[in-house]
Design a protein around this ligand. Sequence first.
Ligand SMILES: [Zn+2]
Length: 496
Amino acid sequence: MKLIGGETLREKTFFVTTPIYYPNGKPHIGSVYTTLLADFLARFNRLLGRETFFLTGTDEHGLKLYRAAQKAGKQPKEYVDEMSQYFKDAWSKLNIEYDRFIRTTDPDHEETVKYVVERIYENGYIYPGKYSGWYCVSCETYYDEEELIKEGDKYLCPIHRKPVEFMEEETHFFKLSTFKNEILKLINNGLVQPEKYAKGLLARLQNLQDISMTRTKDRVPWGIEFPVDKRFTVYVWFDALVNYISGIGYPHDMGKFNKFWPAIHIIGKDILWFHAVVWPAMLLAAGIKHPKKILVHGFWTVEGVKMGKSLGNVIYYDDLLRYHPDVVRYYLLKNGPVDKDGNFSWNELKEVYKNELSNEIGNLVRRVTLFAKKNYPTIDGELDEDLMNELKNHIDKAKTSIEKFVPSQYTVAALSIFKTINRYFTEKEPWKTNDKNAVYNSLASIEIGALVLYPVMPEISRKILESIGVDLTPLLEYQKKTFTIKDSPILFPKLG
Ligand SMILES: [Zn+2]
């Protein structure tokens, strides 16, 4: 029986990335969510049998980290070695399974950055000049005066609300303005999803300026040397963005690169400009194909309040881990902010745990496996077509939610499968009727439900499959099988 088929499966490979994170603190819910989205999509695509590559990592150069290391009394490399470990730790604890963790201090990455800069230079898109303007150290970016917040006689960064510095320096410019029409075309053709985020770019694109792509070495020594003029280091954004191609072998392993590129980039809305405008232009300038899609998400509020260090309400990854990582994953994907900002609430998380996970999924698996173990420890039967069609309907919705990038609807579809099985099992009353085939179909449906749930809850889903004696298989063609009940797991214990 076909679960998913048709044109969906035309593409044989899938490449997804997260931004590389600044390792100047522990990962918070924002970066957890971005990374989770990538892991979720990677797992779904693996389930479709696609060869998948999932790239994440840390962005380790630049003034901000240089200063943070100084403040900590450490050498920059020593500092980033330590801090990047927090991210690896977080991802492993949250059941995030990436294929490469790239660090911009990796030697192959540094070589690729130099190589790409040289290509862009040879192609005539880099020229020397002077730059002056308002600079936010935390963003590592210059701002136009109209973008800044004026407070008294001070200008503040619109993101950090900290005073910006007026700077003038020699630099090298990247001819970003050359690519205006090509970028406009990409954006009009749906490069950015959800589309609402693209609208903000269009106005700014009308007045597209060239941008500085180097910093003087004496001011920012902690960076990759600019190969065209060794008095400079490469501006940290240019360095960082290149990770998306260095991470899959450009130009050292073109076989791998050609197999996976172009990527789907997942980002928060605050870094859209660099990803949707600067990055495609850099690629075009270097003669490389533009990204396939840029999937954007919004911000989290916490208990209805904007999250911020100064407010002391930042949720870090280890705060979340008072719940099972898969529970955290389910809740974040269900409530996550894609087209608008989302809210995190401990109470709501608890309700979801009780009402959806424990009552609908946990109890069902426990009830059916207990009954089967006692009465039919090894069981086969015939698939109930009506039930299977109902499940297929939910799977279709799950698939559509991925195509439309609405992860919350995926969790709804997955839960609907378990609700359907609950209803079916209750209606069939096999404890009264000895309807063996109903038990068989409940188990087959639980297997299908666990497969659909896998991208969201990989560990729990494997536990369910193990309990009915089957392996994780692709969510494509369902193979009828004999079940041997191994266990009746309590998946979601009562909260203490
Ligand atoms: Zn800033």
